[in-house]
Design a protein around this ligand. Sequence first.
Ligand code: ATP
Ligand code: MG
Length: 207
Amino acid sequence: VIVAQEREREVIGRELHDNVNQVLTTIKLYLEMAMNNPADREKLIPKSIHHLVESINEIRNLSRDLSAPTLGTRSLIDSLTALLEMVRSSSGLYILFQHQLYYRPTPKDQKLAIYRIVQEQLNNVIKHANATEVLVCIAQTEDNTQVIIKDNGHGFDPSESRTGIGLNNIISRAKVFDGEVKIESGPGKGCSVTIDFPAVLEKEDLS
Ligand SMILES: Nc1ncnc2c1ncn2[C@@H]1O[C@H](COP(=O)(O)OP(=O)(O)OP(=O)(O)O)[C@@H](O)[C@H]1O
Ligand SMILES: [Mg+2]
């Protein structure tokens, strides 16, 4: 859990550094130019405002990712539905959500882990896959809960070493609940991430 938390901090740090910080630096340059060249102000100030709105949105997305606000009182299916709707509207991806075979309540911590795993892999699809469609599936049998995130993008070679945090984060989040992660992909073949969790038997803290 601690490793997962550290990795998450790294992601936030990098997001702030690569996105927000970069946009703010650009704004600073524009404003300095505007100060020195009054003739260019009309062009530079609207540009600066545009970039400010961009960084406001970045921060909003970041804090929304951090707080997963719908998770507290809602079921996992409702939380995922809200997440997928958000991703759908901001990315234009066609997302199919299958959950007919999901009926057992899930412990709160595991619920959050599944939510984060889906969120992380959707980020990967948006960032790397150039996909048009994603299938998110959550299903249960007597002794297992299975989560699948599958896209029709250009895929990658999973055997190649990777420097990213995301997939490793998915694996360590799954491990906390004895979940097993299978990554199936190949150039031109899309990507499918499957996580199998053994069923949780204790009745405590279910929601
Ligand atoms: N759905 C996908 N389609 C194509 N390539 C993918 C997909 N998911 C992951 N990858 C590839 O696997 C690599 C590792 O993913 P991972 O999430 O671990 O790191 P990252 O996305 O590069 O960085 P981070 O998640 O730390 O921001 C990616 O760089 C990308 O090349
Ligand atoms: Mg990633």
